[in-house]
Design a protein around this ligand. Structure first.
Ligand SMILES: NC(=O)c1ccc[n+]([C@@H]2O[C@H](COP(=O)([O-])OP(=O)(O)OC[C@H]3O[C@@H](n4cnc5c(N)ncnc54)[C@H](OP(=O)(O)O)[C@@H]3O)[C@@H](O)[C@H]2O)c1
Length: 269
């Protein structure tokens, strides 16, 4: 009963529609599932159109919601402008910006174009999309923004330097706009998970170890959306957060270097 009434409040405050990036997989897909189950109409964004279309049909059939698909590459200039144009008449009260990717290994062994593209997807598109959709939400005096930070957003991490910097950017961005937008009726939540069992690790060339499920991340985040701030879903994220917070910044970077070196060694073994 308590959970159901909480879900009704989420829909009535942040509905009727939510836009989810990265909806074709992992955490974004879990958000799409959870929001459809709560009766949200959806706009799903990612590159793989056939995957999105199949998900859209499935969610519409099972939950009786309206689901639109916008296939696009968020690293490309103009994609966010296209999304904003195509959703101009859709009452989007909630943005979940989950699209993102990472890399691991020495910085100089990474492809420079791919690292720059990571900044475009993980940071630039998040700023553009948030600005565009929040401008509309501010007119109605209600709305929500969920941004995917990471447990690794709180210090530099050698051997994953660009990725952790993008997540540090998202975390700082979320903390800043949360204060600015609260008086406008808009709640901003930074979600900082530890490892999550999605395709993310494999795509980044990392080894997947013990991890939370994408469904846990989505459930915990949606429960925290009303209050906003930062949420660390799952015990692993909380433990890692507490362990690192007691260290000075230079100490955290050195611990992260050891963790990342260990991940690289395990992936090679
Ligand atoms: N998994 C973890 O361990 C973990 C931990 C902390 C934080 N996070 C953060 O959580 C978010 C989601 O991660 P995840 O675990 O769900 O990863 P995932 O399973 O790899 O899914 C990533 C999603 O982003 C989309 N995407 C990637 N590049 C894109 C691009 N250029 N344009 C449009 N969409 C793009 C992918 O769809 P297409 O391939 O169809 O485009 C996919 O839907 C990321 O921001 C990540 O940094 C993940």
């Amino acid at each position: 009963m308590g959970r159901l009434s909480g879900e009704c409040r989420v829909k009535s405050r942040f509905g009727p529609a939510a836009l989810v990036t990265g909806a074709s997989d992992g955490i974004g897909r879990a958000f799409a599932e959870a929001l459809a189950a709560q009766g949200f109409d959806l706009v799903l964004v990612a590159r793989r159109e056939t995957v999105l279309q199949a998900l859209a049909r499935d969610l519409a059939d099972r939950h009786g919601v309206t689901v639109d698909v916008i296939a696009g590459d968020l690293s490309a200039p103009g994609t966010v402008a296209d999304i904003l144009e195509r959703t101009a008449r859709t009452p989007v009260g909630l943005l979940v910006a989950s699209a993102g990717f990472g890399s691991i290994g020495p910085f100089l062994s990474q492809d420079a174009a791919s690292e720059a593209s990571m900044v475009d997807v993980n940071c630039r598109s998040v700023v553009e999309l948030t600005h565009g959709l929040v401008t509309r939400m501010a007119r109605t005096g209600e709305g929500g923004v969920v941004l995917l930070s990471s447990i690794s957003a709180f210090s530099g991490a050698p051997y994953s330097s660009t990725y952790t910097a993008t997540k540090g950017f998202v975390q700082c961005f979320a903390e800043g706009i949360a204060i600015e937008l609260r008086p406008l009726g808009i709640s901003v939540l930074a979600v900082a998970p530890g490892p999550v069992s999605s395709g993310f690790a494999a795509r980044a060339g990392m080894l997947a170890g013990r991890a939370e499920t994408p469904e846990t991340v989505a459930r915990v985040a949606l429960a925290a959306l009303q209050r906003g701030g930062t949420v660390r879903p799952g015990i692993l994220a909380k433990l890692l957060g507490w362990m690192l917070v007691v260290l000075p910044r230079w100490g955290r970077v050195r611990i992260m270097a050891q963790i990342k070196k260990g991940e690289i060694a395990k992936a090679k073994a």
